[in-house]
Design a protein around this ligand. Structure first.
Ligand code: FES
Ligand code: FES
Length: 127
């Protein structure tokens, strides 16, 4: 199997690896696993008072495509509102990275992770 240049780039130079402390309650965390392979992705968003995502971090225990997908998503969500970020589709990720069919579930993992992070943030800020 051959990977696209973008997958290799994000895999070798992943953006926004790490984690953030939720000291001021401005962080939403999504932790999801891929049933297809057992890989795990943890994605965090930092939301400003204006509702805009200021920062994002991830840690992924998984394959190169999962790491590339989470790296790409952390770049995409910055500067977006929660609604805009929740509209990111795994098909957009798969298309951008030119993922082969057997690696589509890796992009699903990234979509699930960002959605879970948004839900976590919303649950903490119900009103
Ligand atoms: Fe788990 Fe991709 S199958 S690393
Ligand atoms: Fe399982 Fe990529 S997340 S093979």
């Amino acid at each position: 199997m051959s990977y696209s240049d973008k997958v290799v780039d994000h895999y070798e130079n992943p953006r926004n690896v790490g984690s953030m402390d939720n000291e001021a309650g401005e962080i939403g965390t999504g932790l999801v696993g891929a049933p297809a392979c057992g890989d795990v992705m943890r994605l965090q968003i930092k939301v400003g008072a204006d509702g805009i995502i200021e920062d994002a971090k991830f840690k992924t225990f998984g394959c190169g495509s999962a790491i590339a997908s989470s790296s790409l998503v952390t770049e995409w969500v910055k500067g977006k509102t929660l609604d805009e970020a929740s509209n990111i589709k795994n098909t957009d990720i798969a298309e951008e990275l030119a993922l082969p069919p057997v690696k589509i579930h890796c992009s699903v993992l990234a979509e699930d992770a960002i959605k879970a992070a948004i839900e976590d943030y919303k649950a903490k800020h119900k009103d």
